[in-house]
Design a protein around this ligand. Structure first.
Ligand code: ADP
Length: 556
């Protein structure tokens, strides 16, 4: 039965214990009432229903009541021998009812309780007395509440003992204590955890403070202007340099207030790129002019990167604005120089070419073979030089916005045919596959479009050291036509693709270096843009590249 109790919950045990306490108190009250004569009748619930017993009128009834009690009841004589025992007591100690009578009650008391027992009995003879102690039974010791009361009987005085079995109550108390201890352990663990958590929070707060101060210190000590903004684009921090440069305060420039100091010509592109970055989480990069406190605009390169949390959501943008005014000026000076130098080079080159032609035709028949060879080689070198000078001139014209063209109706198949023929002449070892089958007509400048296509073809040969095949193709894409040049050479990575159309950009490859200045694709882009077209490339490193341009078709 005790084992089953172990399955009870803490609350159930608590309830059961309370119930037992109530029962014990009730039993005590009843006994008290009987002893003091307050009660002279009982209703006892038996197998045959409720029965009424009268104490004063029938001693037999009283005995039945005692028998039916849940407590052990015993009377002792002065010597401590058992004069009477109810069957419940005999049950408690596990002895046949008849054997108990005449035994010394002390024999049911464990050794260590004997002293206490003597004290209780002595007190009991004096006055009503109650105390807890243990009884020795066939199943070991059981805890009991012992109540003593002196009885005046006809036969003489006797001591009545009422024994209440406290096993379940004690067990429950033990369980309660056990559960309480467990609760305390759990509480201690929680307290410890809480303390640790508090320590961690303190530590983190401190770290945060340090890192914020770190950021501020760093931000205020770099030469660039820096800022941070919320995911919706509102600026929530500027470093000291910003305030020093703009001579404005945070209130004036917070959120979108920075628009105040951006050059009106640069504002649309700045806003467009900023909004695009915010919407797509891409790095923001734009060059624009900011007005300083003296009303002077200076060029800046703006860059901002998104800071993401573990869930990959943007929590903050961190931006910098670097002053590039001096570099821009320097660049302009270089452009100017390139413009002048290429222009100055053009005249002597043209006359050199002319003189070479004269030399080649002068007494043609008499010219020694060696001289003819030199003249040919000089012509090739001059053509290359002229090509370079023309490119340089184009670049400076583009920079000055002066690359102009006359547009005519052009048959692309013709244009491609003449370029392929030219290429086959220059590169006799290469196989050019011309797949430009249909006649597509576009509005364009023959010379400039040839320049673009020849640039593609030259690059295809130049960047394919181990391949001998180049394919030139046209396909229709809606109301556009795509002209493409495919090679099977070194190819390009995605990062390289992003930059090759920039001015003077060349891929730095230590293994493979071809001569060039990084101007061809830049000029080609400008030419195609001016034709309302689009230039592009598809490539993978080591697998070759397909450069293409799309142009609007003329519908005849
Ligand atoms: P250049 O060839 O004179 O360097 P371009 O503007 O024509 O200048 O090309 C820019 C860069 O693009 C080249 O330096 C080269 O790295 C890369 N490139 C161009 N065409 C190809 C190609 N077909 N395959 C691989 N890389 C190419």
């Amino acid at each position: 039965m005790i084992m089953e109790q172990a399955k009870y919950t803490y609350d159930e045990l608590l309830n059961q214990n309370n119930e037992l306490h109530i029962q014990l108190n009730e039993a005590n009250d009843t006994l008290h009432a009987i002893r003091t004569g307050q009660v002279d009748a009982f209703i006892v619930k038996g197998e045959n229903g409720h029965q009424l017993y009268t104490l004063k009128t029938a001693d037999q009834t009283y005995r039945v009541f005692i028998e039916k009690m849940n407590e052990g009841a015993v009377t002792l004589n002065r010597e401590g021998l058992v004069l009477y025992s109810n069957s419940r007591f005999a049950n408690m100690i596990g002895m046949p009812f008849g054997n108990v009578l005449g035994l010394a009650f002390e024999s049911f008391i464990p050794k260590e309780y004997k002293e206490k027992y003597t004290e209780i009995i002595n007190n009991g003879w004096e006055e009503d007395y109650k105390e807890e102690l243990c009884l020795l039974t066939e199943n070991g010791e059981i805890p009991c509440l012992l109540s003593c009361n002196k009885l005046e009987l006809d036969e003489g005085v006797a001591l009545s003992l009422i024994l209440t079995d406290l096993t379940i109550q004690k067990y429950n108390e033990k369980q309660l204590k056990y559960k309480n201890d467990q609760l305390e352990v759990a509480q201690n663990a929680t307290r410890k955890l809480n303390d640790e958590l508090e320590d961690t929070v303190k530590e983190r707060t401190n770290e945060l403070l340090v890192s914020r101060e770190h950021f501020r210190l760093l931000a205020d000590n770099i030469p660039q202007m820096t800022w941070t903004s919320l995911p919706n684009g509102q600026i929530n921090f500027y470093n000291q340099q910003w305030f020093e440069y703009t001579k404005l305060d945070f209130e004036q420039t917070k959120n979108w207030g920075w628009k105040l100091v951006v050059h009106p010509d640069d504002l649309p592109v700045t806003i467009e790129k900023y909004n695009y970055a915010l919407a797509n989480g891409h790095i923001f990069e734009v060059e624009n002019r900011y007005r300083n406190g003296d009303g002077i605009y200076r060029w800046h390169l703006n860059r901002a990167i998104p800071l993401k949390n573990h869930a990959d959501e943007i929590v903050l943008w961190v931006g910098t604005a670097t002053d590039i005014e001096d570099q821009k000026k320097e660049m302009e000076r270089k452009d100017e120089f390139i413009g002048i130098a290429s222009h100055e080079l053009k005249t002597p080159l043209t006359s050199l070419k002319g003189y070479l032609q004269l030399a080649a035709s002068y007494k043609k028949e008499e010219l020694p073979i060696a001289v003819k060879t030199y003249i040919n080689k000089a012509n090739i070198a001059i053509n290359k030089l002229q090509h370079l000078v023309n490119d340089l001139l184009d670049v400076s014209k583009i920079q000055a916005g002066r690359l102009e063209y006359k547009l005519d109706k052009i048959d692309l198949a013709d244009l491609i045919f003449s370029c392929v023929e030219n290429a086959a002449h220059i590169y006799p070892e290469i196989i050019f596959e011309n797949d430009a089958c249909k006649n597509y007509t576009v509005n364009g400048n023959q010379e400039r479009l040839e320049q673009v296509l020849m640039n593609f073809i030259n690059n295809a040969v130049k960047y394919s050291p181990d391949s001998k095949k180049v394919i030139i193709k046209t396909i229709q894409l809606g109301n556009k036509v795509r002209v493409s040049v495919t090679d099977f050479g070194i190819g390009l990575s995605n990062e390289e693709i992003e930059r090759i159309f920039e001015r003077f950009y060349r891929v730095e490859d230590k293994k493979f270096m071809a001569s060039g200045l990084g101007m061809g694709l830049y000029i080609s882009t400008e030419i195609i843009n001016a034709h309302s077209g689009k230039i592009g490339v598809e490539s993978e490193p080591g697998k070759g590249a397909t450069f293409y341009f799309d142009l609007p078709l003329i519908t005849v």
